[in-house]
Design a protein around this ligand. Structure first.
Ligand SMILES: [Mg+2]
Length: 378
């Protein structure tokens, strides 16, 4: 298990000792020429250190293959090579090559060849990027929290009431400061759960212990969390654009759910929200044993529907976990960016469609509905 700490991590590269600046011990390292690459798994962080200039560089999370001056990975959906260049000091990810149409009939299998610092893809029978016929999308798989369920609003309203009832607001300058700290701790523990560093109960208890700064017993942490949950659940609500789009797509598309939470929580949530009957399948990471952005999670949802990935769209609010993960798994990826909260995050190279409202989804799917207006966002 990776060790966590604030100090720079020191790694040996040959006989040299290099300070990478990584916030925790990398799970994988590679060295080519003067470049040293470190990765902390699918959720990152990841970085490259140039020993020639002693210059660190942040690169996309994941486990890429290091070449001389670039990182390379395979887009698992299109089987195109994705290059992240960094000699200029700014990591830029791009598709390395595009297949010629004539190459589609070549009998060679998919693969990747490195020639010096240039990646060359061997021809495959797969269609080129953009070839997908949108009308072929026959099912939509949905994320829940912050996609159809207004988790952020319910969390803030529930915690505001809970902290007031517990008499804890005096320890903060404002309600907003307390809520921001709770959300920060929640995000940290969610990442640990998603990375397999703790279980479902463990992340809940650690959220309480870290937030309060107290070494509570499991029972004490559980009791505190359950008092919060009572206020949180009282504030549950769908986003206002959810029911209209589910109605619009009810006849044209099948629907399922894939969440990184647990079935125990999400199944009940969908029932309380009154939309459980709208979905053929509900899949959650805690029971699957694999979390988004891993392709296996998205493929499990496709398998539950009996459809190949290229006939399934995935709609989620997180640009990496949902947007990039679904695109690399070969689904039609739709990133719902309601408030432009992740505008600064670079995801364009991996191809998710960005929408600001679910009212734009039918147009992205090519569905013939009363919405029917192409997206103009992003
Ligand atoms: Mg979400």
């Amino acid at each position: 298990m990776p060790q966590r700490g604030r100090g720079a991590v020191v790694r040996r590269a040959g006989r040299a000792r290099v300070a990478t600046g990584a916030p925790r011990t990398p799970s994988a390292t590679q060295a080519v020429n003067t470049w040293l690459y470190r990765s902390c798994g699918a959720f990152g962080p990841a970085g490259v250190h140039d020993r020639a200039t002693n210059r660190p560089l942040t690169v996309p999370a994941g486990r890429d293959r290091l070449a001389d001056g670039c990182l390379i990975r395979e887009n698992r959906g299109t089987h195109e090579p994705l290059l992240t260049d960094f000699p200029t000091g700014t990591a830029t990810t791009r598709t390395a090559t595009v297949l010629r149409t004539a190459d589609q009939d070549d009998a060679q299998g998919p693969g990747l060849t490195l020639t010096g610092t240039t990646a060359v893809n061997r021809p495959t029978r797969r269609p080129p990027p953009g070839y997908r016929r949108l009308m072929d999308i026959s099912a939509v798989v949905w994320d829940i929290d912050d996609t159809i369920f207004d988790y952020g609003a319910a969390d803030r309203a529930g915690m505001r009431e809970h902290l007031a009832a517990e008499g804890l607001l005096d320890g903060y300058e404002s309600v907003e400061q307390a809520l921001a700290r709770w959300r920060e701790v929640t995000d940290q523990q969610w990442l640990r759960f998603s990375a397999g560093e703790t279980d479902w109960e463990g992340q809940r208890r650690e959220r309480v212990r870290v937030f309060l700064g107290q070494p509570l017993t499991d029972t004490e942490a559980d009791d505190w969390f359950q008092r919060y949950v009572a206020y949180y659940e009282a504030a549950w609500a769908l986003f206002p654009d959810v029911l209209p789009v589910l109605d619009a797509l009810a006849a044209s598309h099948r629907h399922a759910v894939l969440s990184n939470s647990s079935l125990h929580v999400q199944d009940r949530k969908l029932r309380v929200l009154g939309v459980h009957h709208r979905f053929e399948a509900v899949l959650c990471a805690a029971e699957l044993g694999v979390s988004k952005p891993a392709a296996e999670a998205f493929h499990a949802a496709c398998d539950a529907l009996g459809l190949p990935p290229h006939q399934v769209a995935y709609v989620g609010d997180h640009p990496e976990i949902d947007g990039r993960g679904a695109a690399e798994a070969g689904l039609l990826s739709v990133w719902i960016d309601r408030d432009g909260a992740h505008t600064a995050t670079a995801v364009a190279s991996t191809g998710p469609h960005r929408i600001a409202s679910l009212a734009e989804l039918p147009a992205v799917l090519g569905a013939d509905t009363r919405f029917g207006v192409p997206s103009t966002f992003g």
